[in-house]
Design a protein around this ligand. Structure first.
Ligand code: 13P
Ligand code: SF4
Length: 359
């Protein structure tokens, strides 16, 4: 059972503290855990009173992740859960594009994001107007966008994807006979998916690339954009080699937002939940996670017998904005509510529905 479920059933602050201490005692200092347990207890009580659910991304800090979410997971898993929710209020402990996704799938429910400015460098890299210009350059080419984008981009999209199903979505479209796919906006995810499906990566003229001139009659092509994740782009081949020199038996896991040359050096690449499952299921002397650092703490809390190495200098400043304190404020004051234009949501929903059907 995910630790948070037991904490949510606690009948007193003291019991909540005891349960949190059991899983987090080695990770969070005791005095901090006492304060966090009190806030978590209040959140869990209020959540029941207001018929709210909390969805927590795998990157949430350990005290939050292990105390208040009704569900935790990656972008794909949480999107699926939000689509099935019958709560009056959905609080998304993640970043804005994730809360927008939940709102698009639940237009009649209140969706709250505890920190107003929890953004994402990938989502900020592209606009709906950019996608319209790309469609003019490549008429008739299907548009796949990574779910890390805002509603105006989703509204211009044929199929969304996440790190959990990007390859499946590309394969699906190639199997339907498409030879080229606009695959936006993460340049590194596009390279990693292209390698998996045997496609070539081409940059559009809009970005100074060769565009359609580089697409031969027998090519399978992913047309890329210039977005990058400000966290994952920092991991290097040297990082992997340095750790392997010291600990040759380390199993290295990388998120597919990492550069292609980094992913090639790794033993596994997958979504955040894919990595969680890998460490849970595959025995290894030690693991190195190339992703946001908090997730490593959450994996250690769940698997105390596993030894994890992490490079904690690379943190997501957006995910880190979400705290237990803000989550309590969100619940008490119904903030910050996600508002989107209903017509835009209808167009954006079609791309998410197709994603949920394909993979
Ligand atoms: P996942 O979909 O793998 O959880 O990734 C989301 C994300 O923002 C990773 O940086
Ligand atoms: Fe965006 Fe990267 Fe942060 Fe994920 S880790 S939310 S992709 S900036």
């Amino acid at each position: 059972m995910h630790n948070a479920a037991a904490v949510q059933a606690a009948s007193s602050v003291e019991e909540a503290f005891r349960l949190m201490h059991k899983s987090l005692g080695r990770i969070v200092p005791e005095f901090e855990l006492r304060m966090k347990a009190e806030i978590a207890f209040r959140i869990n009580r209020l959540k029941r009173e207001k018929n709210a659910i909390i969805l927590g991304h795998n990157y949430m800090e350990p005290a939050l992740y292990n105390s208040v979410p009704d569900h935790v997971g990656d972008s794909l898993g949480l999107a699926r859960i939000s689509a099935r929710s019958d709560a009056d209020i959905i609080i998304f402990c993640g970043v804005r594009f994730m809360a927008e996704t939940a709102k698009i799938l639940n237009p009649d429910r209140t969706v709250l994001l505890p920190a107003r400015e929890a953004g994402c460098s990938l989502a900020a890299s592209i606009t709906g107007a950019d996608v319209r210009r790309l469609k003019e350059e490549f008429p008739g080419v299907p548009v796949v966008t990574y779910v890390n984008c805002y509603a105006d981009v989703k509204a211009e999209t044929d199929v969304c994807c996440t790190s959990g199903n990007a390859t499946a979505v590309a394969r699906h479209l190639f199997a339907q006979g498409h030879r080229a796919i606009l695959f936006l906006p993460d340049a590194y995810l596009t390279q990693n998916v292209a390698a998996e499906v045997g496609a070539k990566v081409v940059f559009p003229r809009l970005l100074g690339g060769p565009g359609a001139d580089a697409i031969g009659p027998d090519d399978r092509v992913l047309i890329s954009w210039k977005g990058t994740c400000e966290v994952h782009e920092q991991f290097s081949v040297e990082d992997v080699e340095t750790v392997r020199k010291q600990f040759p038996d380390t199993v290295v896991l990388a998120h597919p937002e990492c550069k292609r040359e980094v992913v090639e050096k790794c033993d596994y690449s997958g979504s955040t939940s894919g990595m969680v499952k890998y460490v849970r299921d595959v025995d290894a002397p030690r693991y190195l996670l190339l992703t946001e650092c908090s997730m490593g703490d959450n994996i250690v809390a769940e698997n105390p017998h596993r030894e994890l190495l992490r490079l904690c200098s690379h943190r997501c400043p957006h995910m880190n904005q979400i705290t237990l304190e803000d989550t309590l404020d969100a619940l008490e004051h119904n903030r910050y509510e996600i508002h989107l234009d209903p017509a835009l949501m209808d167009r954006a929903r079609a791309s998410l529905d197709r994603m949920l059907t394909i993979g």
